[in-house]
Ligand binder design. Structure first.
Ligand code: NAD
Length: 431
């Protein structure tokens, strides 16, 4: 099949590459010229495990190409995926300006039947808006489909190649047939392609992210309670996770969720509900817990040191989660900003997000080439992202390098008993 993907970021590049991998001809479109230049020249623009190999293979086989021209990109495509940003608008709603301006542009250049697929996370009713924006300038046949994306950064290629489910919102038999054919190679193990109407598909994505954010905030509240009543959140987590109705995954407390999705999607869900005159009570609580949780690590540092002015804190991890270079809404940003505002100095290391961090902080923090370099002369180590390489470090070396042997662990990756045994002062979450 001939496919166009408009927006070649985390979702678009993975989508385009994976569709090429199953034999389709894919053209990826982006307005960012330097991104398209790099991709055309074989340079992957994001860090995502497993992506480079697939990308290079499909580029070499001419199944994957890149352009800044929407017209050129969609000319031969039967299906056009929109993987465009839907950032948070001023009132909390998802800003649809990127999606609708591309839709309007498509209306001006389409010449034959095409299927336009919303892969961006968009509020209920967007498929209709996209339809209208196209129909304003084009009176031929076309279908607009909602196909929300559930991939997770860090495991995006695996998630795309083997999705738990594919959700497709459409009432068109023609679109249903083509999308079923396109996705069939990805669900050979029997995972479902779930067809539904557009509005239900749009809501499914927000419901999924809001539910996951609720799980995280719930565990963070359990952790707060554990600290106050002397229980261990790790034990409680394992105790409840054995119940199949609860499940073992996504029960880890920490320093709040970040990333490009949960924060904006929870806010957009709240706004959508409010627009319908419904007060989504649980999500207000989820939001306020996350705001509190973002401060806990710095509060623990203040409780330990008193004034943080003049202290140097070594940060391990900047990306919002491991295996990505993405720092959108990362807890490392709010922690660093708080520390800097209190007069502390921050020395940071992340295996993949150093370049991103330079764009975020400029010269306000110091960047280290190695995890241990960050510790040299620092007053404490703060673990912010649970990269595998931080899980079993040389604790003797950590102790030698730090000015005082203190670790603030925002991800509970070390054992409190072991830290005690090594003579390290250790503060974690809910234990
Ligand atoms: P991104 O910012 O990484 O990528 C968006 C791309 O669109 C950028 O490269 C940008 O240059 C390009 N773009 C902007 N305007 C354009 C235009 N007019 N024409 C062509 N290209 C244009 O965003 P992302 O993380 O890939 O997210 C895209 C959508 O997918 C969002 O709605 C997001 O909520 C959703 N989503 C993201 C994830 C994730 O993990 N990142 C997962 C599921 C869903």
């Amino acid at each position: 099949m001939k496919i166009a993907v408009v927006g070649t970021g985390y979702v678009g590049l993975v989508t385009g590459t994976c569709f090429a991998e199953t034999g389709n001809d894919v053209v990826c479109v982006d307005i960012d010229e330097s991104k398209i230049d790099k991709l055309t020249n074989g340079q992957v623009t994001i860090y995502e495990p497993g992506l480079e190999k697939l990308f290079l293979r499909n580029l070499r086989e001419d199944r994957l190409s890149f352009t800044t021209s929407l017209e050129e990109g969609i000319r031969e495509a039967a299906i056009i995926f929109l993987a465009l940003p839907t950032p948070q608008g001023e009132d909390g709603s998802a800003d649809l300006k990127y999606v609708l301006s591309v839709a309007e542009h498509l209306g001006r250049i389409m010449k034959e039947y095409k299927i336009i697929v919303d892969k961006s996370t968009v509020p209920v009713g967007t498929a209709e808006k996209v339809h209208n924006a196209i129909a304003d300038n084009y009176n031929g046949e076309f279908d607009v489909v909602s196909n929300p994306e559930f991939l997770r950064e860090g495991v995006a290629v695996d998630d795309f190649m083997k999705p738990d489910r594919v959700v497709i919102g459409t009432n068109s038999d023609r679109a249903r047939k083509l999308l079923n054919d396109l996705y069939s190679p990805f669900v050979r193990q029997g995972n479902p392609i779930i067809f539904m109407d557009e509005r239900s598909a749009e809501l499914t994505k927000y419901a999924a992210n809001s539910f996951l954010a609720t799980k995280i905030s719930f565990m963070n509240e359990i952790a707060q309670l554990c600290e106050r009543i002397g229980a261990d959140v790790d034990m409680v987590r394992r105790g409840i996770g054995g119940d199949e109705r609860i499940g073992r995954r996504f029960l880890f407390p920490g320093i709040g969720y970040g990333g490009s999705c949960f924060p904006k999607d929870v806010k957009a869900m709240l706004k959508s509900a409010a627009d319908e005159g419904y007060d989504f009570k649980i999500l207000h609580a989820v939001e306020s817990v996350i705001q509190l949780q973002k401060s806990v690590l710095v509060e623990k540092m203040q409780a330990h040191f008193g004034d943080l002015k003049g202290r140097t804190i070594a940060l391990w991890g900047l990306a919002f989660k491991p295996k990505t270079d993405d720092m959108r809404e990362a807890p490392a940003i709010s922690i660093t900003e708080k520390l800097l505002s209190m007069g502390a100095r921050v020395c940071a290391y992340d295996p993949e997000a150093m370049e991103t961090a330079r764009r975020v902080f400029g010269d306000r923090i110091c960047y280290c080439n190695h995890s241990y370099d960050a510790l040299d002369g620092a007053d404490a180590l703060a673990v912010v992202t649970e990269w595998n390489e931080f899980r079993e470090p040389d604790f003797k070396r950590i102790k030698q390098l730090l000015k005082s042997p203190v670790i603030f662990d925002g991800r509970n990756i070390y054992s409190p008993e072991m830290m005690r045994g090594l003579g390290l002062q250790y503060f974690s979450i809910g234990r």
